[in-house]
Design a protein. Structure first.
Length: 461
């Protein structure tokens, strides 16, 4: 079917419906990203209330993240079949109801199960987020639209702990989840009349691929997270090996399909695959840096409270750079913009890795700001190129792959830092920052490789 509510073929929604649609998309993605970090501050309270160990309470975070990674690509594929609008609306509804279940959970087990359901709802939102952007804004404005989206994601991720602290200062931890309910209801109402209709495919959902993909991602991620919390155990190694075996079966099953669940058809496109590789590397570098930095900053004599303030310039830099980079992405190649951003972030990480013990707070602040500005300058152009490189009929797969690349990079970065910390507890944070700088440089090289295929001077490159 042909999309309805569009002024021309895939040329966005008319005003003011476009503004209502973007409001629904931004509210939904903000809630789903916020819930990835907002609970961290409350883990000690959760452990105390439920009378469980600190290690057990971490499953409140893990269950959410694993559910998202397992469901992203299947729900992106489902969006191409039933419509991105429907997947987003159902994801919103599931997320909102599950948030209420989290707020009312009587035990840690019940809370973890509710978080799995909440993660499935968040996956519905994330999987089609960028696809809906593509159908909401005219193509000439796609870069600035993705810049707005990147700005919202950056702010949500950065302010999660701050918002959690503010709520916990005046209310019980259950309100961390309860606040989603009224916001979710308002967002659902807006989404019902504002989100765009999109083309639908006549194919059926690939159920065997869904099972193999969920098993692959679930086992590998759980295994990696067990390494992040404990020493390498036979169970953790077995989970990763089992996930890799399922991954081999998944590739053999999917690679011959015309529209595979893992979008091998899109990954054969040089521009798309290079953009995915750039995204994974950049998020690995960013996550490694953000995890290692609190330890490195406190090693040079700053308190925990000071550390939080000194890290603030990073997300502020992302928020400042993302909209500007999105505007420029509609006019200049992402191969240039993203590479410059990643080089800047790599330079900032390297300067932080060798930060002198007698350095001042101002020296820390500008290095942090350089990292944030660099990452923000990378994100919008890269995301625009990744989405626009796919045919319109495969926008859902591209959107799902974008979100999967982000979460996969974050997970690999976190696991890598944990391994480095165990290998060298004393210098682990500085080594992690140096490794992160190297990964950022590698991602910049991958990004620049997109320019080699630019024979026509297209903006998406």
């Amino acid at each position: 079917m042909r999309p309805t509510g569009l002024r021309g073929p895939f040329d966005g929604l008319p005003v003011p419906r476009r503004y209502w649609a973007i409001a629904a998309i931004i509210l939904a993605i903000t809630m789903s990203v916020l819930d990835s970090t907002i609970v961290n501050v409350a883990l000690p309270s959760l452990a105390h209330d439920f009378r469980v160990s600190d290690a057990a309470s971490i499953w409140v975070i893990n269950s959410y993240q694993v559910a998202i990674l397992m469901a992203l690509l299947p729900l992106a594929s489902l969006g191409e079949i039933v419509g991105h609008r429907r997947v987003s609306q159902c994801g919103l509804a599931v997320f909102t109801v599950a948030s209420l279940a989290c707020a009312l959970a009587p035990t840690l087990t019940a809370l973890s199960i509710a978080r799995v359901v909440q993660g499935l709802g968040a996956a519905g939102i994330m999987s089609v987020n960028s696809a809906l952007m593509r159908f909401t804004y005219p193509h000439r404005m796609l870069g600035r639209a993705i810049g707005i989206n990147a700005f919202s994601v950056a702010i949500a991720a950065a302010t999660g702990p701050t918002i959690a602290s503010a709520i916990l200062a005046v209310a019980h931890w259950r309100w961390l989840f309860a606040v989603n309910v009224p916001v979710g209801i308002v967002t659902i109402v807006i989404a019902l009349f504002a989100l765009p209709e999109t083309e639908r495919s006549s194919r059926r959902l690939n159920h065997i691929g869904v099972v193999l993909q969920a098993g692959t991602f679930g086992l590998v991620i759980v295994g990696l997270q067990s390494f992040a919390q404990n020493a390498m155990t036979p169970l953790g190694i077995g989970e990763i090996v089992g996930g890799c075996l399922l991954g081999v079966l998944l590739v053999r099953h999917e690679i011959v399909r015309e529209t595979p669940l893992i979008p091998f058809d899109l990954l054969r496109l040089r521009l798309f695959s290079l953009s995915v590789g750039t995204s994974i590397g950049s998020f690995m570098a960013q996550t490694s840096g953000l995890i290692a930095l609190p330890f490195a900053i406190q090693h040079v004599g700053h308190s925990a409270a000071e550390t939080g303030l000194l890290m603030t310039p990073w997300p502020v830099g992302v928020a400042v750079a993302a909209p500007l980079a999105g505007y420029l992405a509609d006019r200049h190649p992402a191969g240039i913009l993203a590479s410059l951003g990643l080089l800047a972030m790599g330079a900032g990480l390297l300067l932080l890795a060798f930060f002198p013990h007698d350095g001042t707070s101002a020296d820390l602040i500008w290095r942090m700001a350089l990292c944030g500005l660099g990452f923000g300058f990378f994100q919008s152009p890269n995301n625009r190129t990744l989405i626009s490189a796919a045919p319109y009929a495969r926008t859902g797969a591209a959107s799902g792959m974008l979100a999967t690349a982000r979460l996969l990079g974050q997970t690999l970065g976190a696991a890598g830092v944990a391994i480095l910390f165990r290998a060298d507890a004393g210098r682990g944070s500085n080594i992690a920052l140096m490794v992160a700088a190297g990964i950022s440089l590698t991602a910049a090289i991958i990004s620049a490789a997109r320019l080699a295929g630019n024979s026509g001077g297209g903006k998406g490159l």
